[in-house]
Each structure stands twice: as structure tokens, then as C-alpha cells.
Write a new protein. Structure first.
Length: 324
């Protein structure tokens, strides 16, 4: 089959949509399907990165079997128009804040009453794949989960990744907080879209931290880490999936509901809304995680429970069978 993925990345949007769509593309390409991306050349886009991964980025619509939409600015009105070019439409969403016209809707997040949040937002025939059972996971995470290490919940190895663009400069806040701490190893990860990446790399070099940029081995770093400081959003579920205890800072409106509910379930340490978070906040977090190993164990174990599924990436089967 031929499949178009419609998603964007920019300094404002971030890279999360593109990265999970790249996972989808890789999984479908392994099964022999032809994948194309439709992306706008916005400031901070990842078009070149997608092309280096082996996919064509097209500038005009063409007739295909399936169009996969992962975009907060696209709703039912636009999706109806896309049926001009595709037999089936698949929508990936996190927000449940607008109507959709599609055959499959996938939302991997867990919030209150998540099973029913799209009842009035998608057509009756639409197949809804909802909750962390339908996590979109790269092979590296699946392999790590199956071979994850035993933890003692003593924090010596620290991992910091605040999203691909880190628009609220959380990494710099954490680096400021780390001035008064000493850990055996500190890994700092930035995306290509992080506007402060050169400064962050320079600080890492000065302090002996390990700096990583736009990597494809995040699961290994998470498995090695004793604690991960991160942003809310897609990587929250990746951290849960491999069992690394972690914190989430809410850096965008669309992360709020999921972060608070995941905190309520005991699977993440919620640092709060970024505007109220300072380097002092991260200092307090770093002090607390060293003093409460039992809490870190609870976070790790609950994250593993929430993301437990017998068959990794079951959404693949659902997507492919709908076109038969």
C-alpha cells in the first residue's frame, strides 16, 4: 500500500508529532508499504531529518490507500477533503477537543474516562484505539522493556531530556540546579530544534556531562538512568514503558491533563507548569529523589503496569486490516 503521513514540526509545534510518525513510518515500511510525508517548511521543521531517514517529503497531494493525520490544526472539515486522495483516513490525537472524520482514531494517552472521550467527536463507524495499550513504540523501547535492568532506586545516573525544541528552556534551568550536585553520570539530550543546543553542549563539555543530540538510542539512556527529568507529552509514556522513574514538567497546554492524571495514578513526579518552575524547583526535586527511593520504585512499577500490553504496537494490525 501507499501511505501519506501528514504532520508538521517547528520551533513552536515541537518535534513530538514527527518523531512518533517516524516510528509509525518505520513499522509500516518494515511490512513493505510505501510511506510518504506531507510537511510544511516551517521554521524548525524536520524535513531534512525525515529525508535522511529514507522517506520522501511531498509538496502536493496524490492518490494513496491511507492518509495518517497527526496534527492539532486539522479537524473533520479538512479530513473530509482528504478522502479525495485516500480510501481511508487515520487520525492520531491527544486532545479530544475537535470533531474528526476518519476510519480509525488513535489516542495513546490515559486521562479520566479516556474510553469515552471521543464518543461525540468521531463518526459511528470509526474504530477507536484508546489508551496506553496502543502506545506507538520504537523497536529500541520494545527491546529494552523485554531486557530492562534491575534497579536499586539510588540516583547516581541522571538523564535530562526536555523535548525536541525545549521552548521554555527547562534544560538550562536544570543545568543551573545541577551546579550544587554531583552525580556519577549526567546525560543531557537535545533535539535539533533546541535553540540553545550550542550553549548546552558547551556547559556539558565544561562539567563532564554527556551531551547527545537528535539521537536514536534514547531507550538505552533511559534504561541506564536512575532517574529522568523530562517534559510532559509523548516521552512520558516512553519513560513509563521502560520503567525509569521520572518527573514531568508541563511545557504546553496539551500536556496538562495527561500529566496531572498520570501523577494521580502514581506513574510520574509532576513538577508543575513551566511558568512556575525555576532552577530552585529542580534543586528541590534533585534533593527529594535522593531521599525517597521507595517513591521512585513506586513510580517505576506503576509506569510499567500502565503500559503493559501483551503485543507491542497492536495498532499496526488494526490499521492494516481496515484496508482489506
Amino acid at each position: 500500500m501507499e501511505i501519506i503521513i501528514r504532520a508538521d514540526a517547528s520551533t513552536e509545534i515541537g518535534s513530538g508529532h514527527i518523531m512518533r510518525c517516524l516510528t509509525i513510518a518505520n513499522q509500516l515500511a518494515k511490512k513493505g508499504h510505501d510511506i510518504f510525508f506531507y510537511m510544511l517548511p516551517l521554521p524548525g521543521n524536520l524535513i531534512n531529518y525525515i529525508e535522511t531517514c529514507g522517506y520522501d517529503v511531498i509538496a502536493e497531494w496524490r492518490e494513496v490507500d491511507i492518509i495518517i493525520v497527526d496534527h492539532y490544526q486539522i479537524d473533520a472539515q479538512i479530513e473530509k477533503q482528504l478522502y479525495t486522495y485516500a480510501k481511508k483516513i487515520v487520525v492520531i490525537d491527544d486532545l479530544a477537543n475537535r470533531a474528526h472524520e476518519c476510519d480509525v482514531l488513535l489516542d495513546q494517552n490515559i486521562v479520566a474516562d479516556y474510553e469515552n472521550r471521543y464518543n461525540d467527536l468521531a463518526p459511528e463507524h470509526c474504530q477507536k484505539l484508546l489508551g496506553p495499550r496502543y502506545l506507538i513504540m520504537r523497536d529500541e523501547f520494545i527491546d529494552i522493556r523485554q531486557n530492562r535492568r534491575e534497579r536499586n532506586y539510588q540516583v547516581e545516573n541522571l538523564l535530562i531530556f526536555m523535548g525536541g525544541t525545549d521552548p521554555t528552556h527547562e534544560t538550562m534551568k536544570v543545568l543551573k540546579a545541577l551546579e550544587t550536585f554531583s552525580f556519577s553520570k549526567v546525560n543531557i539530550v537535545c533535539g535539533n530544534g533546541n535553540e540553545q543546543k550550542e550553549l548546552i553542549q558547551s556547559i556539558c563539555n565544561e562539567r563532564g556531562y554527556q551531551y547527545h543530540q537528535q539521537i536514536n538510542y534514547m531507550a538505552s539512556l533511559m534504561n541506564e538512568a536512575d532517574f529522568s527529568i523530562g517534559a510532559g507529552g509523548l516521552t512520558t509514556w516512553e519513560r513509563c514503558y521502560v520503567g525509569v522513574p521520572s518527573s514531568s514538567t508541563i511545557v504546553a497546554d496539551n500536556q496538562s491533563e495527561t500529566t496531572y492524571f498520570t501523577e494521580k495514578l502514581g506513574a510520574v513526579w509532576n513538577v508543575g507548569w513551566h511558568e512556575a518552575v525555576t532552577s530552585t524547583t529542580y534543586e528541590e526535586l534533585l534533593n527529594s529523589i535522593q531521599q525517597h527511593p521507595e517513591l521512585l520504585q513506586q513510580i517505576s512499577e506503576q509506569g510499567l503496569r500502565l503500559t503493559n500490553n501483551n503485543t507491542p504496537n497492536p495498532w499496526i494490525k488494526e490499521l492494516l486490516e481496515m484496508n482489506t
